[in-house]
Write a protein that binds this ligand. Structure first.
Ligand code: SF4
Ligand code: SF4
Length: 136
C-alpha cells in the first residue's frame, strides 16, 4: 500500500493564468537537451539560444527574464510561446517535491496556482513520474 499522502491523486488543470511565467524573479532550469529542443522549435542556432536566451548561475543554466521578471518566452494573452518544448521544470509544475512534501505544502501551492487543486484528477503514479522527471 502506498505511503504517499497523495495516494488518491491530486487535481490539476492549468488555467493559463500565466502567474508562474511572469512577475517576480525566479529560475527556470534548462539542460543541453532542452536548449537543443528550444533552438529547433525557434529555428535558431543552438549557440544563439544558449547565449541570448539563457544564462549561467552557480547551480546551472536558467532561461532569461525580462526586466519585469517575465520569462522571455511568455507573452501576455498568448502564454508560453515555446509550450511544446517547455523545460521539465515547467512541465512538472505543480508536482515538485517541495510542493508535495505534505498536504500543507500542497495547500500553499493551491493558494498560488489557480489550476492546482482543481480540474483533472492526476493519479499518484503520474504525480510521482512528473516529480521525478525534473531530476533526470
Ligand atoms: S500559475 Fe498555475 S494555473 Fe497559472 S499558468 Fe501557472 S500552472 Fe497554470
Ligand atoms: S518556458 Fe514557457 S512555461 Fe516555462 S516559464 Fe517560460 S513561458 Fe512559462
Amino acid at each position: 500500500m502506498s505511503e504517499n499522502w497523495f495516494a488518491k491523486g491530486l487535481r490539476f488543470t492549468c488555467t493559463q493564468c500565466g502567474d508562474c511565467c511572469s512577475g517576480k524573479p525566479g529560475f527556470v532550469w534548462v539542460n543541453d537537451d532542452e536548449i537543443d529542443a528550444l533552438a529547433m522549435q525557434l529555428q535558431l542556432p543552438v549557440a544563439e539560444v544558449r547565449a541570448m536566451h539563457t544564462f549561467q548561475t552557480h547551480r546551472g543554466r536558467s532561461i532569461r527574464e525580462r526586466a519585469n521578471g517575465d520569462c522571455i518566452y511568455y507573452e501576455a494573452g498568448k502564454g508560453c510561446t515555446v509550450y511544446q518544448v517547455r523545460p521539465r521544470q515547467c512541465r512538472s509544475w505543480p508536482f515538485w517535491e517541495s510542493n508535495l512534501e505534505s498536504s500543507a505544502a500542497w495547500e500553499r501551492t493551491v493558494a498560488i496556482c489557480p489550476g492546482a487543486g482543481t480540474g483533472e484528477l492526476i493519479s499518484e503514479n503520474e504525480i510521482v513520474a512528473r516529480m521525478r522527471s525534473i531530476k533526470l
